[in-house]
Design a protein around this ligand. Structure first.
Ligand code: ATP
Ligand code: MG
Length: 364
């Protein structure tokens, strides 16, 4: 049986706490002989101590091991000599060097978690935002132009190659996921502003072309402004939403808010041969070191990692372990004895992980 090696970068702020919690749960689900986690340094704190954000050894481990599990990176007040923030540069460098072009953000309302959307308490929200992760407006980062203190411009870049690959990712996902839009139809919604900008019209046109290869999946279109209304009013309509980088960033945070917030929202950044898994939240320095963070986003990202590895290596054991982690999280939340603080409860980071481990072992 294959055993897997995962490069683990705990990073900054709450990163180490949520990572430790996740390793506990994944090891409980899978057994220590099937998966080893190799702790690698990096991030803003590491930069302030050593002058390196992403050490060569850490990059090599991320490139050569089977997957990457990341806590979070970024600390206020840690700057490069030119005064710009180090922030989550570790993560951005990995994203670009490993070409992690599809950012997958599941939006799922777990049983027991109250949605701020009153009508949807107890279920009915289960879709995935696929954010293009390497181009779009954010590709202009650092390259925008400030003209004589009077005007600033940035450039939105949409390429055929970049759009085709993320669209294909979204359609493949819609084809195989067991998602549950209200009407049961596999569907990709293309989120853009094709009515205003040529770049978005091109994004939509390329998605349309890719759709030609997926007759079993429905295509649907939504302008980025209108989709914010629909995500609040009828979130149970959605299955997979594909969006340009900045729109994807914005609507995935909105989606997270509708199902309990960043502390329960996982994310995966996936390329053709590498993938990085991390909660959707940042390093939350305000609550770091207090055992107050919710580890659920990272634990659910860990389950996504098991599923991704399972698909790549046709490993049914791993798939089952990923399913079991999700089911254990669901049972703990549904029971309601252990609720993290950001969801209105009292349970700390470590106790949350222990409750999920117990749920895993009780089921055996
Ligand atoms: P980034 O710039 O990296 O996206 P951010 O500025 O958006 O970071 P986050 O670190 O994501 O901010 O968190 C915003 C706030 O949400 C935090 O300050 C914290 O109070 C809360 N928060 C974030 N993650 C968690 C978590 N896992 N558990 C509990 N609270 C959290
Ligand atoms: Mg943020």
């Amino acid at each position: 049986m294959k055993s897997y090696r995962v490069a683990t970068i705990a990073g900054d702020g709450i990163g180490p706490e949520v990572t430790a919690a996740t390793l506990k749960v994944l090891t409980e689900a899978l057994g220590a002989s099937r998966i080893t986690f190799e702790d690698m340094p990096g991030g803003a704190g590491h930069y302030s101590r050593t002058g390196e954000v992403l050490p060569d050894d850490t990059f090599a481990a991320c490139r050569d091991m089977d997957a990457i599990l990341h806590g979070a990176a970024g600390l206020p007040g840690v700057n490069y000599p030119d005064g710009t923030e180090v922030g989550n540069d570790l993560h951005l460098r990995l994203r670009f060097r490993l070409d992690l072009y599809a950012n997958m953000r599941p939006i799922r309302l777990w049983p027991g978690v109250r949605s701020p959307l009153r009508d949807f308490d107890g279920g009915g929200i289960d879709y995935v935002v696929v954010r293009e992760n390497t181009e779009g407006l954010y590709a202009s980062r650092g390259a925008g132009v400030l003209l004589r203190g009077e005007m600033a411009t940035d450039t939105l870049v949409v390429t055929r190659k970049g759009t085709e690959r993320v669209a294909r990712f979204a359609f493949d996902l819609a084809q195989r996921r067991k998602g549950a839009p209200r009407d049961g139809r596999a569907r990709v919604t293309v989120c853009d502003k094709a009515n205003i900008l040529r770049s978005y019209a091109f994004f939509r046109a390329v998605c349309d072309e890719v759709h030609g290869d997926y007759p079993g999946v429905e295509i649907d279109y939504a302008y980025a402004d209108a989709i914010t209304v629909h995500m609040v009013k009828r979130p149970d309509f959605y299955d997979v939403i594909v969006a340009e980088n900045m729109f994807g960033d914005i609507i995935s945070d909105l989606g997270a808010a509708t199902v309990g917030g960043m502390g329960i929202s996982p994310s995966a950044e996936i390329g053709d041969s590498h993938a990085l898994f991390q909660g959707a939240h940042g390093s939350a320095p305000d609550i770091a070191g207090q055992d107050a963070a919710s580890p659920l986003a990272t634990i659910l990202s860990g389950a996504m990692m098991l599923h991704w590895l399972a698909d790549r290596h046709e490993d049914a054991d791993l798939r089952q372990a990923g399913d079991r982690v999700e089911a254990a999280v669901g049972r703990v939340l549904a029971k309601g004895d252990h609720v993290p603080r950001d969801l209105g409860g009292q349970t700390g980071c470590n106790a949350m992980a222990e409750a999920i481990c117990r749920a895993l072992s009780e089921e055996d």
